[in-house]
Design a protein around this ligand. Structure first.
Ligand SMILES: Nc1ncnc2c1ncn2[C@@H]1O[C@H](COP(=O)(O)OP(=O)(O)OP(=O)(O)O)[C@@H](O)[C@H]1O
Length: 390
């Protein structure tokens, strides 16, 4: 099942990469299960998911390092499914950088151009432009081991970009960098991608990285794409519980649904703006912690009832500096999380307090039942792309 966000894809005349029913088996194991994917030219697209979900295998099939078991891969409309890597207009940046240690930075960057027969002076002129683009002017005569991890990563990027590929594949390129350098490289990479206008397909298991850089992202689970769209849409209206929880903390409320609507275990009604109540067993309602409103109640009191609210007991309050996290327990046992920005006007709550937990129907979403035999069910209705005011 794939949920797409056509509106979020950049308007482009041509698709840079198209995957039609692409799968890959290793013996009996399915690494990638019939995925369809279309990337617009100039798009920054992130393939996101936990270890082993099939991200790298997908990337390797696009790069030509792995043959699909079924399906077709096209680059700018041309079928490249069976072409070897060097006959595809694609470059790959790996986590390991794969720089030549005995060559200078400049020679590393000119290497591919020289092999293609570009004259030394022209190759060096282009290489220096790209070293400048990645912030490494003046580093040309150094060798890779005389550079930091972040600088080596930039050399690998310059070396990939200097060939002007139509598509750049990046496989966890920041995996070896520490958190602070990663953060600044994310901003750099986004700037560089905008400047060169090349389509980027970026593989990562880091949801923050994917959400902060990508125009669109796809969340993979067990070889399947479970959701795909603009980061804010996938975060605000995830298609499945797996996607909701992979992208951040999510409160998942059990509900019973019938023709009269959805109800929490305490009987309070729940509605989701813009969505009709689904029928059948096992549906849940998701709501992000920062969307919950907490209102203190007299000890032992219950909320006055009404839609999209319940009563809960505060079990823990954690001060996090910019925000405070409250952990709560609903009367039927579900543990809830609420985040509040510390802007100086919030009411203090303490462990043991009884509070009303409420939320706006525009901020919640239905989550389809997950069937253990089929962890990737198709929802009855596709979640709508919806702009939600910050
Ligand atoms: N050459 C291979 N032979 C057998 N199984 C493989 C091979 N390559 C990958 N797999 C299996 O295919 C599945 C998907 O692997 P893949 O490397 O694509 O995952 P991933 O999402 O990139 O994970 P990670 O984030 O850990 O790199 C895994 O179960 C993996 O063990």
């Amino acid at each position: 099942m794939t949920t797409t966000d056509a509106a979020a894809a950049p308007a482009a005349a041509q698709s840079a990469i198209t995957l039609d029913g692409v799968s890959r088996r290793f013996g009996d194991a399915v690494a990638v299960e019939r995925i369809d994917l279309e990337l617009a030219a100039g798009e920054f697209f992130a393939l996101l998911g936990p270890s082993g979900c099939g991200k790298t295998t997908t990337l390797r099939m696009i790069g030509g390092f792995e043959l699909p078991t079924t399906g077709r891969i096209r680059l700018e409309g041309k079928d490249v499914t069976l072409l070897p890597p060097h006959r595809r207009d694609v470059n790959t940046v790996f986590q390991s950088y794969a720089l030549f240690p005995h060559l200078t930075v400049l020679d590393n960057v000119t290497f591919g151009l020289r092999r293609k027969g570009v004259a030394k002076a022209d190759a060096e002129k282009r290489a220096l432009e790209y070293l400048d683009l990645v912030g490494l002017s003046g580093f040309g005569t150094r060798r890779p081991l005389q550079l930091s991890g972040g600088q080596q990563q930039r050399v690998a990027l310059a070396r990939a970009l200097v060939n002007h590929p139509k598509v750049l594949l990046l496989d966890e390129p920041m995996g070896a960098l520490d958190a602070k350098i990663r953060k600044s490289m994310q901003l750099e990479l986004k700037r560089i991608q905008r400047e060169v206008g090349i389509t980027f397909l970026y593989v990562t298991h880091d949801q923050g990285e994917a959400m902060s850089m990508a125009d669109r992202l796809a969340v993979m689970n067990k070889g399947l794409i479970e959701d795909m769209g603009a980061p804010h849409r996938v975060y605000d209206r995830p298609a499945t519980q797996f996607v909701a929880e992979f992208l951040g903390t999510c409160n998942v409320l059990p509900v019973t649904t019938d023709a009269s609507g959805a109800r929490l275990p305490d009987g309070n009604a729940v509605s989701v703006a813009g969505a009709s109540t689904p029928t059948g067993a096992g549906w849940k309602v998701g709501i992000r912690p920062e969307k919950l409103e907490l209102t203190p109640l007299p000890a032992g009191a219950a909320t006055a009832g009404g839609p999209n609210r319940t009563t809960a007991t505060v079990t823990d309050v954690t001060f996090l500096g910019a925000s405070t996290e409250a952990t709560l327990q609903a009367p039927w046992g579900t543990v809830l999380h609420a985040f509040k920005q510390n802007i100086g006007t919030e009411t203090t709550i303490r462990p043991g307090d009884t509070v009303e937990v409420s939320w706006d129907a525009t901020q919640s979403f239905f989550l389809p039942p997950s069937d253990p035999a089929n962890p990737n069910p198709a929802p009855d209705a596709e979640p709508e792309a919806q702009e939600v005011a910050a």
